[in-house]
Design a protein. Structure first.
Length: 135
């Protein structure tokens, strides 16, 4: 009975973790596309026709934003695969009566989430530097 309670508790906690990761992915994706759009609007409407100072900042910002979007999309795919792996691991642990193993994909997923958030912060920083040097 203790094993069943532990498994139920573990599954509930795991569901909460997955929901938090999915919400983080959605928020990072929304914020990244917002700041990417904001940078394009800023460049079109507020920068003169001449080449702005420190143009490399805006290019770097775009690169960081696009990398963040790519990592977030990869995180969605990995999250889906990781859920399938966890179901298989859980079924296997019930059959063999061994301890429930976490998937290796989970660690890659967590790393991917941290990276996407880091690239978002870098993109915002470089966008800020671009705005600051031109105004």
């Amino acid at each position: 009975q203790e094993t069943q309670l532990y498994n139920k508790y573990s599954a509930d906690v795991y569901k909460t973790i997955v929901l938090n990761i999915e919400n983080l992915d959605k928020n990072v994706l929304a914020m990244t596309t917002f700041f990417l759009g904001l940078s394009l609007i800023f460049l079109i409407y507020f920068v003169d026709d001449e080449i702005p100072m420190r143009i490399v900042y805006i290019y770097s910002s775009w690169s960081f934003f696009l990398t963040s979007i790519t990592l977030t999309m990869l995180s969605f795919i990995l999250g889906w695969k990781e859920n399938e792996a966890q179901i298989d691991n859980y079924r296997e642990s019930l059959i063999t009566k061994e301890e429930f193993k976490t998937s290796k994909i989970r660690y890659v997923l967590i790393y991917c989430n941290y990276l996407s958030l880091s690239y978002l912060i870098l993109g915002i920083t470089y966008l800020y530097l671009f705005v600051k040097t031109n105004f």
